[in-house]
Write a protein that binds this ligand. Structure first.
Ligand SMILES: Cc1cc2nc3c(=O)[nH]c(=O)nc-3n(C[C@H](O)[C@H](O)[C@H](O)COP(=O)(O)O)c2cc1C
Length: 200
């Protein structure tokens, strides 16, 4: 089982969502040999001029080894190779953090991961489960939510563009507080995940 973990938290392996990701990995490891590739997307370069030119070119003739096209190809290969994807991410300003947006800009690529026709955009990737683990300082999905959520609808839409329609979200919300309260919230989501995995 090839697992790709896209880590978009500035806290990396200390992130609350990373604890939750470990639960997924532990559960899968019980029945599978898990091969994990982990990518820290908080430090990858932005798409550059070579990339923008290539995406704007109608003839598709460009040197794939130049600038961020090479990185884009690597990231797409990793995504394509994976049987399952985990994305660990904080909510930043009601939406995805810039590192995750950066990764999206590299992998959502016309002619590579989606095509465009008169009927719209059509995904080219083999569909696979994508687990998105979100952490937020406040609530965004429950009845107590006091802020908008541009994260989950955006991720659903953008992943569907490249053919990934099997997207599941789990969230640790309200992380501003005492560490024991946060720990309890993480444990609750870990339990939710174990229960979910038994039902699929
Ligand atoms: C730049 C920035 C923007 C943030 N924006 C939001 C926000 O819009 N809503 C929210 O609930 N929390 C927001 N937070 C808080 C984080 O989502 C929260 O601390 C989260 O638990 C961090 O997760 P992690 O460190 O485990 O990855 C923001 C934090 C930062 C640093």
């Amino acid at each position: 089982m090839n697992v790709l973990l896209i880590n978009s938290s500035p806290q990396q392996q200390n992130a609350s969502t990373y604890c939750v990701a470990k639960t997924l990995l532990e559960q899968w490891s019980q029945d599978n040999e898990v091969l994990l590739q982990e990518i820290n997307v908080t430090t990858i370069p932005h798409v550059d001029s070579a990339y923008a030119t290539a995406l704007g070119s109608i003839h598709g003739e460009h040197d794939e080894s130049v600038g961020s096209l090479a990185l884009s190809n690597q990231l797409i290969t990793s995504l394509d190779f994976a049987d399952v994807v985990i994305i660990t991410s904080p909510m930043h300003n009601y939406s995805v953090p810039s590192g995750l947006k950066n990764w999206i800009d590299h992998v959502v690529r016309v002619g590579k991961t989606f095509n465009v026709s008169s009927t719209g955009k059509h995904g080219l990737l083999r569909d696979k489960p994508v687990y998105i683990l979100i952490s937020s300082g406040g609530a965004f999905s429950s009845q107590e939510a006091y802020q908008p959520d541009f994260f989950t609808p955006y991720m659903k839409e953008v992943l569907a563009t490249i053919g990934l329609n099997n997207v599941v979200f789990f969230s640790v919300e309200g992380t501003v507080g005492h560490s024991n309260e946060i720990h309890q919230k993480i444990e609750a989501v870990q339990t939710e995940i174990r229960t979910y995995l038994r039902t699929i």
